[in-house]
Design a binder for this molecule. Structure first.
Ligand SMILES: [Zn+2]
Length: 151
């Protein structure tokens, strides 16, 4: 057994030496294109420091993208929550779920008076709440479509 170990030790040394040689040869081989390598390496050195924040931002962007910019807005009068997406300064898309449509006081009124809620695009009281959300910066415009003037 000890014989084997004695055999192993020189083998490991030899291996280490050969690795060093390979490493050295490797270095010499790449002596010429090295500046280019360094240039390529620099960003990747900075990446580990940047990636956590970058990952967070990316995750936020992804969440926002997955939700297609939809943000929950509460109708301050009906106390229902609907998903609102701001498409432009005066253009919002409101996504009603059936629960909100059932509970909205305005829609209830329309139903009671025999009207069709399908013909009313949105509760005017909710529209006020949306206006407030926009004014207060709660509802942000989608950043995925930058204005042409940005370039
Ligand atoms: Zn409402």
């Amino acid at each position: 057994m000890s014989k084997d170990q004695q055999h192993d030790t020189p083998d490991v040394d030899a291996l280490a030496r050969s690795m060093l040689l390979v490493h050295g040869a490797h270095d010499d081989e790449h002596a010429a294109p090295r500046p280019a390598d360094d240039r390529r390496r620099k960003p990747s050195v900075r990446d580990p420091q940047r990636s956590p924040a970058l990952r967070e931002a990316t995750q936020r962007d992804r969440d926002r993208y997955l939700n297609s910019g939809l943000q929950p807005i509460d109708c301050r009068f009906c106390h229902v929550s609907v998903l609102v997406k701001k498409l432009g300064p005066e253009h919002t898309s409101v996504q009603w779920n059936s629960d909100a449509a059932q509970r909205c006081a305005y829609f209830a009124e329309v139903r009671e008076s025999g009207g069709q809620t399908a013909r009313s695009r949105s509760c005017p009281k909710l529209a006020d709440s949306i206006d407030h959300a926009i004014a207060e910066g709660i509802l942000e415009r989608m950043s995925t479509a930058p204005s042409p003037g940005d370039g």
